[in-house]
Design a protein around this ligand. Structure first.
Ligand code: GDP
Length: 307
């Protein structure tokens, strides 16, 4: 079955590992968020693409949810001696990824080609495509000014007030090669449990992607990142409030209307089902907090079975 996923970082990594346990890697496509991309020490870092790649390579640091397992941070300490900013943690082996990507981009290659090459180098045969080769940057508006997503999330630990979110560059961006065809030719589209505002939102902001989601014959199924009125992790709740979205599966359904067919929700949110039905979204009540590999595979299996 040809399965296409829209993916952010940590929540997506778990479901991607689960899907990879069932689907032939050549039939699995990941469309990754690049709104969080940033430059660190002159290197182009694509955190969400790397999280997906490392997860599928079996190399992700599962405890942290980002970076490589068994990583060391000697270079980071060295950079501190040179007075460089060190709030964005880049591991020593992780640097090889960013050096490879940055060199490819400087040679004029598009991000999609660099991403495919890095995945192949790490033995991943799942197709991982950035949402766009054009720069789209998620900017967080705070009362004191605008921050990049990483400044907000990593440096400020998401503790500042947010008054709005912008996707700079999105109106002029094009979907990367293969994105629209993959969605249109899919047999199932899965929106991973990712932040709807800062992980899936930037993907949807690229002109042409929502149209493809609305036009595909494949069912579009999402897993709610919100359980019992709160995000499983991260700042999704605060960011949804700034968008006027209720912090519940209803807010997720509203963010993904009108192309979302089915939403997997937790038992605690069962009461949302009638309202979801009024929005035209089918509900599947399941155990959606993934706490083990077996759990990831079971949730993915259920999505594939009930498509
Ligand atoms: P980020 O770049 O780390 O913010 O990556 P994501 O966009 O993937 O954000 C994590 C989102 O996934 C948060 O909104 C969490 O609530 C959600 N999440 C994390 N783990 C799980 C899980 O096991 N199950 C579900 N349903 N959601 C999860």
């Amino acid at each position: 079955m040809r399965v296409v996923t829209l993916a952010g970082g940590t929540g997506a990594a778990k479901l991607l590992r689960g899907l990879a346990a069932h689907v032939d890697p050549r039939d699995l496509t990941v469309i990754g968020n690049t709104g969080d991309d940033t430059e660190v020490w002159g290197l182009h870092v694509s955190p969400d693409l790397d999280t997906a790649t490392y997860a599928l390579a079996g190399m992700l640091d599962v405890e942290r949810g980002w970076g490589l397992a068994g990583e060391t941070f000697e270079c980071l300490r060295g950079m501190a001696n040179h007075g460089a900013d060190t709030w964005f943690n880049l591991g020593d082996r992780d640097l090889a990824t960013h050096l490879t990507r940055t060199r490819a981009l400087r040679e004029g290659q598009p991000l999609s080609r660099a991403t495919a090459r890095i995945a192949a180098d790490l033995g991943v045969s799942v197709r991982i495509i950035p949402m766009s080769d054009d720069p789209v940057r998620t900017m967080i508006r705070t009362p004191a000014g605008r921050l990049t997503f990483q400044e907000y999330f990593v440096r400020e630990k998401a503790l500042v007030d947010v008054v709005g979110v912008d996707y700079d560059g999105a109106p002029a961006a094009h979907p990367a090669p293969g994105v629209v065809d993959a969605i249109r030719g899919a047999e199932l589209v899965v929106v991973c449990p990712s932040n709807p505002v800062t992980s899936v939102g930037p993907i949807l902001a690229v002109p042409g992607i929502v149209d493809a989601l609305a036009a595909t014959a494949a069912p579009v199924v999402a897993v709610s990142p919100i359980v019992g009125g709160a995000a499983v992790s991260g700042p999704a709740a605060a960011l949804m409030r700034t968008r006027g979205l209720p912090v519940s599966p209803l807010g997720i359904a509203r963010a993904y209307a009108p192309w979302l067919r089915r939403l997997l929700i937790d038992r605690r949110d069962e009461a949302c089902a009638p309202e979801l039905a009024r929005l035209g979204v089918e509900t599947d009540v399941a155990d959606i907090i993934m706490t083990s590999r077996a759990h990831e595979a079971a949730l993915a299996g259920r999505i594939l079975e009930r498509r």
